[in-house]
Design a binder for this molecule. Structure first.
Ligand code: ATP
Ligand code: MG
Length: 656
């Protein structure tokens, strides 16, 4: 493989303020390097010490890492612990009355749950699951609105050793059925309805539909949380049970099931951006450790923080940075049921002011859409409580990064651009905010103990400035253990023979800059090959998004007789979608803009405009579908995770 050419030049640098640096959990580059040196010189000692410091063990481990059956690695193998115990019980002594969750419902009503209350509610629901015969190792599918109860359901599973598989509440009955079947789930936990953006979705009815489609014989009971006053159309006395009736009169104390460190905690499907979703299976202790390390180092957790991660519990971000990370470290966190644009695009900013949020973690897609829908709205709110901002999910284009930094962060808050995946379980590459100076669009440096490399197809390192495949060269505790029910796919996808089965292949392209910073360039699958130059999608998209007219852009390659491939760009403007002559004029301007910003080689041959782009339900652009559209092909791929199927039709007819 030839390397990938980098065409975007971004030189702005933002070191942490003296104030932030002095108070930070890891202070200054000396602090960062000290940790890295320890990891380099004594890898197992480094992780072993962290595991003793950040995890409470029932039975201490004696062995850190077992690599004998690579790539099926084992961490802290003979140790015993329980993740729910680590998130609840261990806080009861010192912070039972601390607010664990500030819940803001879709309609704006707010409730607060302390650690003691959360502990009792989790215990009681765990007893409810036990009363239905759920035992360690059983699979439980959770298909819930984004409420406190979703977290309680996950924690209760963890408490009794049941393996949860959370399915985002926006998924269709068909996607739910697939996941129920794949997990052979014994129980499904759902709600009568979910409410988002003022609209109710009948989750119970969709669960019935999923079960009705067939082959879900494993399911013995459906537990229904009553979110709204609406009665479900169908109710089976033998198979359905209301959450509140299930727990009625049950004790609110439940001894945790002591789990082996390697016992699975959950299975969760990837977003499906690049293909059919993979069922990622995580361990108990190693996974949990990853969440704790990153809460401390990347989110620089402080006792009086009000932390808010806007993801849904249906995604890995909602698992690691809502259900487990913040609770494990004892934080006060905001959970928001609704959507950022309801009642208007100022909702996030209003909530930051209202709850005095200090740490705010969201996705580039949310930032870009809020710029498009109301770039001026943040000014109406007092955002001075914020001290740290984060982003995850996709590469953030430097323009959106600068807006986030200036308009939301007041130029004062470091931005942690966190690169990681469902498979990695926790942040892998991200600035430690009191140490590493940030650059817009770069996720900067790997966390101490995370060994990255950028390599060509044979596994040979690629020189800085050139792009290649991002790999992680040593196993780490929070790494995926297997693909559920498909160990062979696990091995061939993540530890391919090309790298002698030794490197974890992330599937993203990236390059190092001259300071050793990592820049994600897009997905390996999406690399374009134009006149012998291999180009990642991120840089061309960032150049387009830097134009003042543009809100968002996605580029794909289309076969071209002479060039090999030509660049086709799908663009969403901040204003209305242009058509006809106006569209042609703007397209011409944008083509010239790209040529000027990053060079003629990256200039799109064709530009198309849409009201939106095809996105996964977790908000990621699905370029594989855009490739079909650019070529004028029918779409026959997996679209089970596509959020907005209607956009495909619009884009199909968007040629100017
Ligand atoms: P699938 O694996 O099914 O195709 P997916 O990769 O989108 O879906 P996730 O695990 O949700 O599923 O997403 C991980 C991917 O998201 C990463 O591989 C990377 O491409 C992208 N990503 C996440 N965070 C960042 C970030 N900070 N910068 C750049 N890319 C990111
Ligand atoms: Mg992926």
């Amino acid at each position: 493989m030839s390397s990938i050419d980098s065409v975007l030049k971004e030189t702005r640098l933002f070191p942490p303020s003296d104030d932030f640096r002095t108070k930070a959990n890891v202070s200054g580059m000396e602090g960062y390097h000290t940790l890295c040196e320890k990891a380099n010189s004594d890898y197992q000692g480094f992780w072993g010490d962290l595991a003793r410091e950040l995890v409470s063990w029932r039975k201490p481990f004696t062995k850190v890492l077992d690599e004998s059956n690579a790539p099926f690695f084992k961490w802290f193998e003979d140790g015993e612990m329980n993740v729910s115990y680590n998130c609840l019980d261990r806080h009861l002594e010192s912070k039972a009355n601390k607010v664990a969750i500030i819940f803001e419902a879709d309609d704006g009503s707010v409730s607060r749950v302390t650690y003691r209350e959360l502990y009792h509610r989790v215990c009681q629901f765990a007893n409810g699951l036990k009363s239905l015969g759920v035992v360690k190792g059983d699979r439980v599918v959770i298909y819930m609105p984004h409420t406190v109860e979703a977290v309680i359901a996950m924690q209760a599973c963890a408490r009794i050793g049941a393996i949860h598989s959370v399915v985002f509440g926006g998924f269709s009955a068909g996607a739910l059925r697939d996941r129920i079947q794949d997990a052979t789930a014994k129980i499904v936990i759902t709600a009568n309805e979910s409410v988002r953006g003022g609209k109710a979705t009948p989750l119970k009815a969709m669960t019935d539909e999923a079960l009705g489609i067939g082959n879900c014989e494993s399911v013995e009971k459906v537990i229904v949380f009553q979110r709204t006053g609406t009665k479900p159309d169908h109710w089976s006395e033998s198979n359905n049970v209301w959450w509140h009736q299930l727990v009625k009169g049950l004790p609110d104390i439940c001894e945790p099931e002591w789990m082996n460190a390697e016992d699975p905690l959950f299975v969760l499907y990837t977003s499906g951006s690049t293909g059919k979703p993979k069922g990622i299976q995580h361990s108990s202790a190693g996974y949990f450790l990853g969440t704790q390390v990153s809460m401390k180092w990347v989110f620089d957790y402080k006792e009086d923080d009000v932390y808010w991660c806007t993801a849904d519990v249906g995604w890995i971000t909602g698992h690691s940075y809502i259900a487990y990370g913040p609770l494990g470290i004892g934080a006060t966190q905001v959970i928001f049921e609704g959507v950022p644009t309801y009642p208007d695009a100022g909702r996030f900013w209003a909530m930051i002011e209202k709850h005095q949020v200090t740490t705010f973690y969201t996705a580039p897609t949310a930032i870009r859409s809020l710029i498009k829908l109301g770039g001026d709205l943040p000014k109406q709110y007092d955002l001075s409580s914020l001290r740290l901002l984060g982003t995850v999910g996709e590469p953030i284009n430097p323009d959106a990064w600068m807006w986030y930094h200036e308009v939301i962060g007041g130029g004062r808050c470091p931005i942690v651009d966190t690169w990681w995946q469902t498979e990695t379980g926790s942040n892998m590459v991200a600035p430690l905010p009191g140490a590493v100076a940030t650059k817009p669009g770069s996720c900067t440096l790997p966390l101490p103990g995370i060994m990255t490399a950028i390599v060509d197809e044979s596994g040979a390192p690629i020189e800085p400035g050139k792009g290649g495949s991002l790999v992680i060269t040593r196993p780490f505790p929070s790494l995926v253990r297997t693909i559920y029910n498909d160990a062979a796919r696990f091995k061939s996808t993540y530890f391919p023979d090309e790298f002698n089965g030794k490197y974890y292949l992330a599937g993203d392209s990236a390059h190092y800059d001259e300071h050793g910073y990592i820049w994600i360039m897009g997905r390996i699958d999406d690399v374009l090959n134009v006149s012998g130059h291999r180009l990642g999608t991120m840089e061309i998209e960032s150049a387009l998004a830097a134009n003042p007219l543009v809100a968002e852009a996605a580029v794909v390659g289309r076969p071209h007789e002479i060039k090999g491939e030509s660049v086709v760009a799908f663009v969403v403007l901040k204003g209305d979608r242009p058509e006809g002559e106006e569209g042609k004029l703007i397209a011409k301007q944008l083509r010239e803009w790209v040529a000027h910003e990053i060079g003629k080689i990256a200039q799109p041959d064709e530009i198309r405009f849409g009201d939106n782009l095809p996105k996964t339900r977790s908000g990621k652009i699905m370029r594989r579908l855009l490739r079909n559209i650019a070529k004028g092909e029918e779409i026959t791929q997996d679209i089970s995770t596509l959020e907005n199927p209607a956009i495909l039709e619009q884009l199909r007819h968007s040629a100017l």
